[in-house]
Design a protein around this ligand. Structure first.
Ligand code: G6P
Length: 363
């Protein structure tokens, strides 16, 4: 395609900036004029018939699967299990009686995921590919397809596909919940909430200078870094650390904040960057605050990314409030920008990190 960068120095920044419009586009694609969900009823039925949802993916798409797990479980009342494609292709665990497989893949071409799809097809297990590329291999070979409508993603490091995948699976979750007559699904006003999420993304995008400043102060010169968070914030931490590694080459791990003390805290020394994610989840936020104190007491250089209602005076990056189901979409944006500016500060080719390919079509 002849998609250009326009005035952007890198595709990654352009694609980060496109996320509000991707969210709005998804509303037009997955919602009917009367407000009902526009999701293929056959897909809804297939999920209703399943006793377990298996999400298979690699890289960022795998992290998007985790970020979607809670909403899918809450609205479909079906347990969701994640599988790393490269592992499951060779060693499929014991499956439930009525499995339904979701293949999450921006490109629809990841060979590791296809390897699993070949196996589930052999067993005649119904499947859905959620992808950005119509007609891609995984789309053609799965029973059903849902598209991300995110437009071509050129930067190797995936951004808008991650948030697009979470949004697409949220539409699916709501559609299934409504088909099951679940009041919580009807009460969840996804059009409104996703519009609010798009605004939250825009608000974060208007803080680029602040984020770049913080990155230069705390992260850019470091060899390593940690992301910590609990519950959904932990899932976002996994993606945030992958993104930072991919484009800045800073060694970074995403940790469940409470797990840090069981080993990894040994790595914290004077100046180690620790980025803490705190979304609006009162059950865990105080505990994450406790973990921040623990690492700060050991010399860590803490940067906080906090949803508005949880924010305190000293917090660094504030994310405007969204519905809890959409928190990963809002919370990941600052971390995408953190990765981007860390790469810029190090003078790297943001769009083409060494050793990486946009789609890996070998096992
Ligand atoms: C490659 C890319 C990653 C991507 C992963 C899965 O490794 O470098 O950015 O997340 O493949 O790609 P997919 O197209 O299946 O989502």
């Amino acid at each position: 395609s002849d998609i250009g960068k326009g005035t952007y120095p890198f595709y990654m920044l352009k694609e980060i900036d496109e996320q509000p419009s991707v969210m709005r586009k998804l509303i037009t694609k997955y919602v009917n004029e009367d407000g009902s969900m526009n999701v293929d009823p056959e897909i809804v039925k297939a999920v209703q018939d399943a006793d377990r949802i298996y999400i298979i993916a690699a890289g960022t798409s795998y992290n998007a699967g985790y970020a979607s797990k809670r909403t899918l479980e809450a609205l479909t009342d079906t347990p969701v299990e994640l599988g790393v494609a490269s592992e499951w292709g060779y060693d499929m665990p014991l499956l439930s009686e009525k499995p339904f497989f979701i293949y999450l893949s921006q490109s629809g071409e990841t060979a590791d995921s296809r390897q699993v799809l070949v196996k589930t097809n052999e067993r005649k297990i119904p499947s859905l590919t959620v992808t950005n590329v119509p007609g891609s291999t995984l789309s053609r070979e799965a029973t059903y397809t849902m598209l991300l409508h995110a437009g071509p993603e050129i930067a190797v490091a995936s951004t808008k596909a991650y948030t697009g995948q979470i949004a697409a699976l949220t539409f699916l979750a709501k559609a299934v919940g409504e088909a099951n007559n679940k009041s919580e699904a009807f009460d969840f006003d996804l059009v409104k909430e996703l519009s609010i999420a798009a605004q939250s993304i825009e608000a974060t995008l208007s803080e680029k200078e602040l984020i770049e400043e913080k990155v230069n102060e705390v992260i850019a010169d470091s060899r390593n870094a940690f992301y910590i968070g609990r519950a959904e914030d932990y899932y976002v931490a996994m993606e945030a650390s992958l993104k930072l590694k991919e484009v800045s080459y800073i060694q970074c791990e995403g940790f469940a904040a409470g797990e840090l003390k069981h080993g990894t805290i040994a790595l914290i020394e004077e100046g180690t960057p620790v980025i803490a994610l705190i979304s609006n989840n009162p059950k865990v936020s105080a505990h994450t605050r406790g973990n921040i104190m623990e690492v700060a007491a050991r010399g860590a250089n803490v940067l906080t990314v906090v949803e508005e209602s949880m924010a305190k005076e000293d917090d660094d990056i504030i994310v405007t409030e969204v519905h809890p189901y959409l928190a990963p979409i809002a919370m990941v944006i600052p971390t995408q920008l953190i990765a981007y500016y860390a790469s810029i500060a190090r003078g790297l080719d943001v769009d083409k990190p060494r050793n990486l390919a946009k789609a890996v079509t070998v096992e």
